[in-house]
Design a protein around this ligand. Sequence first.
Ligand code: ADP
Ligand code: ZN
Length: 723
Amino acid sequence: MNPRARVLLLNAALGPLDYRVDPGQDVAPGSIVLAPLGPRQLAGVVWEPEHMPSDAEVGDNRLRPLAGVYDLPPLKASLRRLIEWTATYYLAPPAAVLRMALASASALDGGRTVIEYRPTGMVPPRQTPQRTQALERIADRQGLVRELATIADVSDAVIRGLVKAGAIEPVEVRVDDPYPIPDPDHAAPDLSPAQALAARRLTEAVDARDFAPILLDGVTGSGKTEVYFEAVAQAIRGGRQTLVLLPEIALTEPFLKRFAERFGVAPVAWHSDLRQSQRRRAWRAIASGEAAVTVGARSALFLPYRDLGLIVIDEAHESSFKQEDGVMYHARDVAVMRGRFEEIPVILASATPAIETRQQVALGRYEEVKLPARFGGATMPDIAAIDMTQDRPDRGRWLAPALVTALGETFERGEQSLLFLNRRGYAPLTLCRHCGHRFQCPNCTAWMVEHRLTARLACHHCGHVMPPPRACPECKEEDSLVACGPGVERIADEVAALFPAARTAIVTSDTLWSPAKTAEFVGRMEAGDIDVVIGTQLVTKGYHFPNLTLVGVVDADLGLSGGDLRAAERSFQQIAQVAGRAGRGAKPGRVLVQTHEPGAPVIQALVSGDADSFYAAETEARRSANAPPFGRFAAIIVSSENLDEAVATARSIGRAAPQVEGMHVYGPAPAPLAMLRGRHRQRLLVHARRALDVQDVIRGWLGELDWPRGARVAVDVDPYSFL
Ligand code: ADP
Ligand code: ZN
């Protein structure tokens, strides 16, 4: 047996290291091990040396021995290949990708019981404002002391004090309790002929046990979820695991409920809001193969499924599948690669597929399965534009008379309305009427956004908050601050003023910040306790409210400004998506889109329902500009707390740019978000033809360079954000 093992440790700053293997230690590739590093011990994974070259090889006599091998299934070769591919493609340290696979450090330690804490319902004899706040925020939740302290926004000591006082008690949680297996035949729907045809193709793909990327393309409400559930059922019957990726954590809760209705029990959930004990239990069940179906946000993609048989990407066009920090990967693209390495089908479900995905279909690389009509005779909503240059709202108002009339009619009929505006808070900008001072974040190139519900100004980029001052900090004039422009809170005020009897709900990440809040909102909608919802993109996806018949898009032009590559496409997707919330039941839906540019191609496409020509024109524009998917981009983002350092580093990178046929480097230039979280930012944009291995070029280029310690250089391959 080979007396040495190459180990990729969970430390992104390190390359792979070699260790001595003692007799009796089984360290096949993929084994999860514990290895000494200086005075510490770190977890890592044994790798094939030919797949993970080391530039620090050490002689046999100087090797340190491994500290131990975990009693866990080794990472499969397919996952090791995925980790290598992701690291190479996105220019990330392999260990940073590995970290996403071994995402629960505590799970490695086995299935001990964990002590968590929960409120007893008893009020402590001595109350303090902090204790009151803690008990209020924790409500009926449970977790480690640290987790409860975070939820409550108090120190650990406050929680421990409450434990002493008897208001919070310890509970033993067993983290290896098995998950119930979903029943594929629990409540199978009667599929329409078109749905049955689509489902048959998907279940065949599951049975074939081979790589097959499939676009499931169907209008909103056509039953895409019901149809891909059939594929999930087939994977369960075959004893194989399924991963369903959702674009946002907020969608998990409604999904769990719907899944449970269809399969009898909820699937295993994976996202960043899990408690440590939940993560641990989920990770172990996924690795052992006992978790039949996992639903999660993009981080679920790298978990060590023992026997994956199917991946579903729901709302596959969503740009939130793109991770914007750490390893900057696109979960849709990596999911397809995982399908390839695992040799399994990957279903991309969407009503408005991304141009990149359509192009793969056009090239014959992805198969397309279509669902042309809404289920059960429900019709597509009627979409009309409101020309804001003609049909103007009153001064200081944001809703045009035509939309106000429609809201009134809908309310009179006892039906529900949804107003969509992708802006949290009350107003996006606050300024001083007297001197013109604007409130900017001290850490970012961004305005402070007024939130009246919580009475503060907040930066949406770094989280900086401040109380709204009474006087202008610049000219000291009192009561001179004015709110400019609308956010959802301001629209809610307007609705309340127009229709005092209407019951409104604001739906943003500020109001639906927990699964319980989401469940409460859904419950109130279904019970008819809400007449008008005012929401951000959070409310555009996944929900099915049959009595919701009117959708108003408050500002359709909002997404078009900024002019990045995908602005028009994203606006189209977003508005089509929110329009899809209207008229999903027996009553027809109506959509009114407020715009200053009713002639814009996006608006025309939405109103006429002719998505195909819009997409064709967008695709042509991309082709002639050699933009993705026809050419490729990579952004190099240089940041530093020191402006001169950021500029100098970016310039030296720019000067060192290699001359490569078919590649052009733009910049450096200050990023549109020139400062973010206290760091100055410069950008370079690399534009290359499709066939060029641009990552390899960049690797060689940056590999030759050094920059000061205070400067950070990040490469964003296939960028979605140009900020
Ligand atoms: P999509 O995912 O395409 O928006 P859904 O799968 O959410 O569509 O279906 C829309 C609504 O129609 C859901 O309430 C769903 O349960 C219902 N539905 C779709 N197909 C069927 C069917 N065959 N039998 C019963 N209900 C169905
Ligand atoms: Zn900020």
